[in-house]
Design a protein around this ligand. Structure first.
Ligand SMILES: Cc1cc2nc3c(=O)[nH]c(=O)nc-3n(C[C@H](O)[C@H](O)[C@H](O)COP(=O)(O)OP(=O)(O)OC[C@H]3O[C@@H](n4cnc5c(N)ncnc54)[C@H](O)[C@@H]3O)c2cc1C
Length: 442
């Protein structure tokens, strides 16, 4: 069988391109390293990668800011659907109240107008606001406490079909009711449109001749397998795309410029708060390059136990501080990740930490119980950025090789990026389908 296009990876970027191009009648081959879980992917599949922030874990600073006392980590998933099945369904993009360096602005510098595609992506993902009457009592109290302190809290846009949602608060476990959008929805549509999916296929390199794509090579079972194809969309995610590019002889600036939207969760003890059973991040309070949002983390429960509290999951409140960190990280050739925490990023985390404590105390949390998780990242990006590794059509120096995942985003959005990645992938699909011509006239 011959294919017009090979798409590598089935996350936010890859699934979108596969869906859009198969809808246009193109013969799409989808190659995915991970497995297809018919019952849905879940939190058990999250891969945790150490993130070297160059912290001095023994420093005195950690007595006041205990998040400086733990090693940092980065999360992602390698299965059909990519990292999207564990998302909290937060759907952000630039708007008047958001950080000026967010979604649309950083692309317009590269002459990319994403606004139309962001609207289309919002429609496809059925984004709607998280209504106040769906908020649990603890989230409402966080809103009340924040607003008493002058921290305006706005409802978080969500890609949840609330007519199917039972408010279980288990979005991160992969939605059993299919109420939350994830990229497997787009993959299923692509398959209905005639695309071919091969899972458990690890792409190792893109084959090319005279700087033009000729095919894809990878490992299937224990065998090396190749496909001949002239157009390839690489969407293996910001942690894996660099390795495939380097194996394919594209090396300059590849793997540099990593950002992660670093975050901490600050939490404390409040008996029977029952916050763990609510939809997380139902609201957000914006502070330019960072925002605060209600967030439950199991790490807080363990930290409270270590402090001598007899805490169950029901007895914990938490607030996430998420920052747009500097794009200063690097994926090394041995796949280790370095990302020195800059003074600026540390200042933002500290500011958010202090505000979170104010809110928790206002809610009645015992101040001496307050702790913070380690610094984590869940939005890796920037490792094959526009203007450095791809041009503004998302094409690399090898003709016919395009990238459509978070690695092309130049700067940390500091906001959940799925909508932005989907919009970029939609824009790319439009350009590619124009190139092929609309085969079935749709
Ligand atoms: C716990 C958690 C919660 C999150 N919540 C939100 C949220 O609420 N809203 C939001 O916008 N974002 C959220 N995110 C972030 C979001 O999920 C990611 O930013 C997004 O999925 C990245 O999309 P991507 O296409 O770049 O990569 P991914 O979605 O990671 O997809 C990459 C795909 O490529 C595949 N792949 C990798 N290597 C190869 C290879 N060699 N060959 C073939 N295939 C390969 C992988 O298996 C994977 O399927 C969350 C992330 C986490 C961890």
């Amino acid at each position: 069988m011959t294919f017009d296009i090979a798409v590598i990876g089935t996350g936010a970027g890859g699934a979108t391109v596969a869906r859009e191009l198969s809808k246009k009648g193109l013969k799409v081959l989808i190659l995915e390293k991970g497995k297809r879980h018919m019952g849905g992917t879940s939190v058990n599949h999250i891969k945790i990668t150490p993130l070297d922030l160059k912290l001095d874990l023994s420093s005195k600073n950690k007595e006041k800011y205990n998040f400086l006392g733990f090693p940092a980590e980065l999360m992602h998933i390698e299965d059909v659907g990519g990292t999207t099945p564990v998302s909290l369904a937060n759907a952000c993009y630039a708007c008047s109240t958001c950080y000026s360096n967010s979604a649309t602005k950083q692309f317009s510098i590269h002459d990319i107008d994403l606004f139309k595609e962001l609207i289309e992506a919002s429609t496809d993902l059925k984004v709607s606001s998280f209504h106040r009457d769906l908020m649990g009592p603890a989230t409402r109290k966080i809103v009340e406490a924040g607003e008493n302190l002058g921290y305006f809290m706005e409802p978080m846009p969500k890609f949840i079909d609330f007519s199917k949602c039972n408010n279980c608060g288990l979005c991160i476990g992969g939605c059993k009711l299919d109420a939350k959008w994830d990229a497997t929805h787009f993959i299923n549509e692509a398959l209905d449109n005639g695309a071919t999916l091969i899972s458990d296929f690890k792409v190792t390199k893109i084959l090319h001749d005279n700087k033009k794509v000729t095919g894809v090579e990878g490992i299937f079972g224990d065998k090396i397998k190749t496909f001949e194809v002239k157009t390839v969309i690489l969407a293996a995610g910001a942690l894996n795309t660099p390795e495939i590019l380097k194996n394919s002889e594209i090396k300059e600036k590849v793997g540099e410029g990593l950002f992660c939207d670093l975050f901490i969760t600050v939490g404390g003890f409040l008996k029977d708060a029952n916050f763990n059973k609510e939809i997380m991040m139902g609201v957000k309070s914006e502070f330019g390059p960072y925002f605060l949002a209600p967030h439950f983390s199991n790490q807080i429960v363990s930290l409270l136990e270590n402090k001598g509290y007899n805490a169950n999951s029901e007895d914990v409140l938490g607030i996430m501080v998420k920052i747009a960190d500097e794009a200063n990280g690097k994926i090394n050739n041995d796949k280790s990740i370095e990302k020195p925490l800059t003074e600026r990023d540390l200042k933002l985390l500290k500011e958010g930490y202090e505000k979170s404590i104010e809110i928790l105390v206002e809610m009645g949390v015992d101040p001496s119980s307050i702790v913070s998780t380690s610094i984590r990242g869940a939005h890796p990006g920037g490792t094959a950025a526009i203007g450095k590794v791809v041009d503004n059509n998302l094409e690399t120096e090898i003709k016919g090789l395009f990238i459509a995942d978070a690695s092309v985003i130049p700067q940390a959005p500091g906001r959940p990026p799925i909508l932005t990645i989907t919009a970029l992938a939609k824009r790319l699909a439009k350009n590619i389908s124009k190139k092929f011509g609309d085969k079935n006239g749709k």
